[in-house]
Design a protein around this ligand. Sequence first.
Ligand SMILES: Cc1ncc(COP(=O)(O)O)c(C=O)c1O
Length: 336
Amino acid sequence: MEPASRRFAQVSDSSVHAPARGIAHRIANEVSPLGQHTLDRIGNTPLLRLPRVVAKHPGVELLGKAEWFNPGGSVKDRAAANIIAAARRSGQLQPGKILLDSTSGNTGIAYAMIGAAQGIPVTLCMPENVSVERKRILQAYGANIIYTDPADGSDGAIRMARELAAKHPELYFYADQYSNDANWRAHYHGTANEIWQQTEGRITHFVSMLGTSGTFVGNTRRLKELNPHIRCISLQPDAPFHGIEGAKHMPSAIVPKIYDASLADANLEISTEASYAMVKRLAREEGLLVGISAAAAVVGCLQIAQQLKKNERAVLVTILCDSGDKYLSERFWQEE
Ligand SMILES: Cc1ncc(COP(=O)(O)O)c(C=O)c1O
């Protein structure tokens, strides 16, 4: 880590102070209307600049969608909200039915939050080893949790949800985020258009971690329509057993039905160790406390920046899926 004196000196540069100067102006002009519902705040997240981590690549702008600004704290609010809205419209999710799905945490939090706000009971299957913070948030929203064997990973939770749905079809609406087109469509109709507008069409690369793949598939389909030259790069963990919560190692996992590998111009593998190191680096160099998959996405962006020609200009956009506060009990924080 850099000495404190150097870090302190860097804080005086103009890129840091320029946004601060605008705060009074913004507050005067961007006051939210009275009476919004918390669910109205899903989407339209800020696209943040990460100047310090790409300082060695002067032609590269690195931008990240700050998805923890969603009310449930992650990108998965978008998919969950669209899955629930589509199921209510189609009549699959009628009053009295329980919403059932498997989740590694964030989709569950989103279902639990929306379910509480709309009076929909929620049952979630998830591996027992998800972080304690996630379990407590789900309990706080009143969701029913069925824990599965951590050794079976997210696939064990998928199998459990499938079994329950098959056994009790009268009881459950099985949302099945891995097969549900409303998942990727949330990004096709939402996230991708926000990115296009926020970059004023300047985006050259879209980079995203794969979990259910909804984020990558939906954004890529729409961005390629808007400009077929945008390079879309998917990222996944480099091993079946990994610490990048929310992400899937496709070669060894149950492949989500909504995943279309042919959409990616390239696919990069990211190590858990590099992601942990980047969590700390982003906190200490950018003042951004992000989750592990968000840091993994930034590792991927830096690999892409390194592959560019010298001084080649690029606008890299990635998705920072959630913030770091749900991962503060992870051991890597103790390993300096
Ligand atoms: C923290 C985190 N990162 C990444 C992802 C992957 O997003 P997607 O399921 O859209 O591929 C998820 C999904 O749950 C997640 O929770």
